[in-house]
Design a protein around this ligand. Structure first.
Ligand SMILES: [Zn+2]
Ligand SMILES: [Zn+2]
Length: 181
């Protein structure tokens, strides 16, 4: 999605649009490597305003992802919603320090994004925000009991005796130790 800056009027510009995964290579690549799948297009609502030589963009994006619970491996889906605000500039403003000298700062250090003055590409920003919103350890529910490390049973569905047995074996080995001595 390229926004032409000359289409932003004095009252600003509101845009509703969606990206398919093919238009978002960072997310497409993630889907290929991680255990997740984007199941809806990325729906965006964006507002752009021109302020002097700057373009301020604020908006939100949402997408549903299918993930696996990090404890019990159950499938789950999660709606990610992100909000963001960015300022795009054609040229970086001069920054003067207290002594009157010019300070060299990158666009990133100033919290600005450079663009060519004509078109703003919002896909980088939106992809970045969505990547940050993906939970690193998704859970089917806060209290998920996970899988038994011994028998692999899903402890949300059934109980197993592995834990008891482990404790018994532990005592048994202590007894053996005493006998050997
Ligand atoms: Zn779970
Ligand atoms: Zn078990």
């Amino acid at each position: 999605m390229q926004v032409k800056v000359k289409e932003i009027g004095a009252a600003g510009l509101n845009l509703d649009f969606s990206y398919t995964l093919e238009e978002l290579p960072v997310l497409a690549k993630m889907q290929g490597t991680a255990d997740l799948k984007f199941v809806t297009p990325v729906e965006c609502e964006i507002r752009l305003s021109k302020i002097a030589q700057m373009v301020e963009v604020c908006g939100s994006a949402r997408v549903t992802v299918a993930l696996q619970c990090s404890r019990c491996l159950a499938d789950l889906s999660s709606e990610l919603q992100v909000e963001f605000k960015q300022t795009y500039v054609e040229e970086l403003p001069d920054v003067i320090d207290e002594a009157g000298g010019e300070v060299e700062l990158s666009a990133e250090e100033m919290g600005l994004i450079l663009f060519d003055g004509e078109n703003i590409d919002l896909s980088d920003e939106i992809q970045q925000q969505i990547v940050l919103a993906i939970p690193s350890r998704p859970l089917c529910e806060e209290e998920c009991k996970g899988l038994c490390l011994t028998c692999g049973r899903n402890l949300n569905m059934a109980v197993c005796n592995c834990n008891d047995r482990n404790i018994n074996m532990h005592f048994a080995s202590l007894l053996d130790f005493k006998v050997d001595k």
